[in-house]
Design a protein around this ligand. Sequence first.
Ligand SMILES: [Zn+2]
Length: 326
Amino acid sequence: MINRRDLLVGGGAAAAAYLAGSFVPLVAQNAPNFGAPSVVQVGYRRQQMGDMEVIALNDGVTRRPLAAEFVRNTPLDQVQALLRSQNLPTDYIDVPYTAFLIVMGNRRVLIDTGFSDNGGPTTGRLVSNLNAAGYKVEDIDTVILSHFHGDHINGVRNKAGQLVFPNAKIMVPTVEYDFWMDDARMAAAPEAMKGAFANVRRVMGGLGADRLVKFVPGTEIIRGANSLKSVAAFGHTPGHTLFVAQSYRFKFAYLADLTNIPQLFARNPDMAVVFDMDAAAAREVRRKVFEMTVQENMTAGGFHFPFPAFGRIEKLGNGYDFKPVA
Ligand SMILES: [Zn+2]
C-alpha cells in the first residue's frame, strides 16, 4: 500500500479524482419526513481480549433518504433489493457512528471521535457513553484519527473551540493531514468541498507540536506484547488508515470507513458509497482487508457498523457478512 501513496496523493490526476469526489457535511442532520432514528439506549459495549479491553462508544445515528446517489455504481432497485433481502427499510438508511476505546496497560487510546456538539440532535453521545463505561475525558491519553471526514474529527473540539479530551495527544496519518491542510488544494477544490477543507482547519488549527503527532500509516503506535499498528487503506480518503490492536492471539481490527453500512458494502464490496473519494482504490482495499480479517481470525469493528459495531466478518457469496458480537 505504501507505494500507492505517491499515486494517490501526488499532484495531477489522482488528486483531481479526489477533489471530484464527495464529502461529509459538517453538521449531520436527519432527513426531514422520515422521522428520527432511535439512538441506542446503552451506547457502549466492552470486550476483554487478552490483556486489552476494546470498548465501542456510540456517538449516535442519523437517517438519510435512500436515493440513487447513495450508491454511485449500482441502480437503486438493486440496492433496495439487497436491503429488502435483509428485512431492512428501502426508503431510508440509518447511519450509526461508533468510535472505539482501546485500553492497553496504562494507555487509553480513543480512535475517532464522532461529532461532539457540532452535529444534529441524534449525535454527540460519545462522551456520555464514555462516562457510562467508567472513563472520563481526562483519562484519554491519545486520540487517533482514521481520516478527516467531519463525523470522525469533529469530536476533537466542541462548538466553542475547546479540546474535548484535554490530556490527549492527537495522532493523525501524515498523508491525510497533508492532503486536507494544503491551502492550494483547498483553493482549487470545487465549492461543495470547501466546507470539508474549512472544517479540517477548524479542528486542526492551533494544535501545537506538543499536541499534534503525525504518523506514517503502517507504523506501530504501541509496541510490545500488546501492540497497536496502523494500516494504510487509502481510497475512502487519500490517507484513510485502519488500526489493528493485538494482545496474545487476540486481534481487533478497527476498519473505520473501509465500508459504510456493512448491510450493503460488506455484502457487496464492489458497491461504491457516495463518500468514497477514490471509489476504485476503496473497492480494492475493501476486498483485501475483509480477506485479511477472515484469514487472520480477527474481531472487526467499523465506525458505521450496526451497534455494538464489532464482531466477525464471514464470507458470504461474492462478499462478506458482518455478525455483531452477541
Ligand atoms: Zn468517512
